[in-house]
Design a protein around this ligand. Structure first.
Ligand SMILES: Nc1ncnc2c1ncn2[C@@H]1O[C@H](COP(=O)(O)OP(=O)(O)OP(=O)(O)O)[C@@H](O)[C@H]1O
Length: 340
């Protein structure tokens, strides 16, 4: 059961989703579990993570989104055992994660600042990482899928940022990881390379690998996530499938009024709507027909001189709308999350 806070109505409700790997007695196989993980960096007032709980199932792509500084990298570093939490527990494949622990053999990690050996050729880097494992994965196939085959003789430090990123991801996969932890794997990749990268991750997932990947690209998150996690100021605000998360703002449609006046906001409130103001813009989320009717009424009211805005945009709800709504949650409504 994943808990999705219904912030439109302010009531927490639960949505059920049966993962294909649910056992007959209802238990879900998990590859990784974080329980009540908190972390505060010295000298920084706000915790980087606060009571973060989540579990990751094999054969799923879990996408972590959140604004700069929301705690994504910290969560991934703690899950990888590269950083210690102040409190809470982290378990991978039944083993407690400790720095340098045995869990390392179950995971592949690509962090934002890749630790690639710069003074090697690509093929030498691949060979030296493969040598660390008794039974390395299908290296040729990994390199091919990530488009690296033609670059094997290039020096690593001569690769562009995007190619280094691809090599970093390839190296993270060499040890046949059961869990891949990727911090912004698509950043710096051109659109074709992004598509190839996600296709590659989906091929791993179909063989049972779990992937935890962060991104700032919400369109990408919406397209490829089996499950979405939204972190906000170190807390898990939303956790669910894409449809669950999209539904949690309270409707399948949204209108957005740009450069909208305070009278416009008051007009909406008087009609019982729950407008969300972000700077000069106002959004309303709801049911499509209702919002289409509302749009016509807003237009008429503007024609009558009662309110002002520069544009009215109407369309299906997108993750960025949900994100904006979720980030405006009151703290009490935002503490739900995690999974069981
Ligand atoms: N080594 C560090 N020392 C002190 N504070 C840190 C350190 N690393 C991160 N922080 C702080 O912890 C918070 C979470 O940072 P983190 O890098 O985990 O966020 P993020 O979501 O990955 O951000 P981004 O999207 O910018 O990569 C931020 O406030 C950040 O400034």
């Amino acid at each position: 059961v994943w808990v999705v806070p219904d912030f439109a109505g302010g009531v927490t409700h639960t949505n059920t989703y049966t993962h294909p790997l649910t056992t007959r007695n209802g238990y879900l196989m998990t590859i990784a579990t974080l329980t009540n993980v908190s972390k505060r960096y010295p000298g920084i007032d706000r915790p980087a993570l606060e009571n973060l709980s989540l579990s990751i199932m094999p054969g799923s792509i879990v996408v972590l989104v959140g604004a700069n500084g929301s705690g994504k990298t910290t969560a991934m570093e703690i899950l990888s055992g590269l950083r210690e939490a102040d409190s809470g527990s982290v378990v991978i494949n039944g083993r407690k994660v400790v720095p340098g622990g045995q869990h390392r053999y179950d995971i592949g990690v690509q962090l934002q600042e890749g630790g690639l050996p710069q003074r090697l050729k690509v093929k030498e880097a691949v060979r030296s990482v493969s040598a660390l494992y008794q039974d390395p994965g299908p290296v040729d196939s990994i390199l091919h899928q990530l488009g690296l085959t033609d670059r094997m003789n290039q020096m690593v430090d001569r690769l562009s940022g995007g190619w280094q990123r691809r090599l970093d991801i390839a190296l993270a996969c060499v040890g046949r990881p059961q869990l891949l932890i990727l911090d912004e794997p698509s950043s710096g990749l051109d659109p074709m390379a992004r598509a190839e990268m996600w296709e590659f991750l989906r091929s791993l997932r179909s063989r049972g690998t779990a992937v935890l990947a962060s991104t700032h690209d919400l369109t990408e998150a919406e397209a490829f996530a089996d499950r979405l996690l939204l972190l906000h100021q170190g807390k898990l605000l939303l956790d669910g499938t894409v449809p669950q998360v999209l539904a949690s703002a309270g409707g399948e449609w949204r209108i957005r009024l740009t450069e909208a006046s305070d009278q416009t906001e008051a007009f909406l409130r008087n009609r019982g709507e729950r407008p969300l103001r972000q700077g000069e813009n106002i959004s309303v989320v709801g049911e499509r027909h209702h919002l289409e009717r509302l749009s016509r009424d807003i237009d008429l009211e503007r024609a009558a001189g009662g309110l002002s805005y520069s544009d009215l945009l109407s369309g299906p709800i997108r993750l960025e709308d949900v994100y904006a709504y979720a980030a405006n949650l009151t703290p009490t409504a935002s503490t739900s999350g995690g999974s069981s």
